[in-house]
Ligand binder design. Structure first.
Ligand code: MG
Length: 297
């Protein structure tokens, strides 16, 4: 049964404000930051940024940003306070911050010594650049095939040569953005992009809001949340997401007692609660921060 839209003010937050240990998983685009034609310009709403800063200072409270973006880009865009964990590349990167390592749940590789986006408050050392991610030789070959395949589109569609194709380069994937493009052009581009999977079945196609992503890793946001739950041992977990890939996180949390899943926006979902948009998320997080501060202060 698909959940009806609920006003942020009407969501019962008591299980989250009273829990001994609460884990708050938050998708970034479309949840904390309104969707943008150019993904490089996405910014968190001030209300959500303030609430996350407050939540991250409350004992027994852990905030995690969970995104399809790579972990380093996500830290740069979101600029989260110390203590906020980051899951990037749809779960292929789990980053416990400057004092932890970046781990890749697929293949079990640890990127030794990687320091990602050390916040300004962490000390005098400048933010380190993340070490190159671990890719197997077959994954490298698939990534190369993806790049040539996307490049080939311009040659197959000469009549569209004036349209700009926006491709986001991620450590484990390429994301083609179709938001704002002419509809016919966007659908031709989409059709071309997904065909690479015919020759390389190992490539994972991830569909999202006006994006199609070709990934060489199989991790999901559900895998990422599983690692966070194991690491933090929360008594209650809440997850907010707006896109198809967030459904993997919702599915994972169905196996974790005391979990609350909240869909943002109108798309079909397996979550049991739904709120409207990033503004509603900001309102919800601000109330959660204030109420939990009163309870746990
Ligand atoms: Mg999203």
């Amino acid at each position: 049964m698909t959940p009806a839209l609920t006003a942020a003010a009407d969501i019962d937050l008591r299980p989250l404000t009273t829990a001994d240990r609460v884990l708050i998983g938050l998708d970034f685009d479309g949840v904390l930051a309104p969707l943008q034609d150019d993904p490089a310009t996405s910014r968190m709403l001030d209300g959500s940024a303030g609430a996350i800063a407050e939540l991250s200072r409350i004992p027994g409270t852990r905030v995690a940003l969970v995104s399809g973006r790579d972990a380093a880009t996500l830290r740069q865009l979101a600029d989260p306070p110390p203590g906020v964990w980051v899951v990037g590349s749809h779960g292929a990167e789990v980053d416990f911050g400057p004092e932890g390592d970046v781990v890749s749940p697929i293949g079990g590789d640890s990127v030794a010594g990687a320091e990602v986006g050390a916040p300004d408050t962490a000390g005098p050392a400048p933010a380190a650049v993340q070490d190159p991610p671990m890719l197997t030789s077959s994954e490298q070959a698939m990534l190369k095939a993806i790049d040539s395949h996307i490049d080939a589109f311009e040659h197959t569609m000469p009549e569209h040569s004036d349209m700009e194709i926006r491709v986001e380069h991620k450590p484990f994937a390429r994301t083609v953005h179709t938001r704002g493009l002419d509809q016919r052009f966007a659908s031709d581009l989409h059709e071309h992009v997904v065909q690479v999977q015919n020759e390389h079945p190992g490539i994972r196609v991830i569909e999202g809001h006006d994006i199609v992503e070709l990934s060489v890793k199989r991790a999901t946001k559900g895998d990422g949340m599983h690692i966070l739950v194991e690491a933090f041992s929360p008594t209650t977990t809440v997850y907010l997401g707006d896109d198809v890939t967030d459904e993997d996180a919702f599915a994972q949390l169905e196996t974790v007692p005391g979990s609350i899943c909240i869909k943002v926006g109108s798309a079909p979902t397996r979550a049991n609660l739904r709120i409207a948009d990033p503004e509603a998320v900001a309102e919800l997080l601000q109330r959660l921060a204030a109420d939990r501060r009163r309870q746990q202060g």
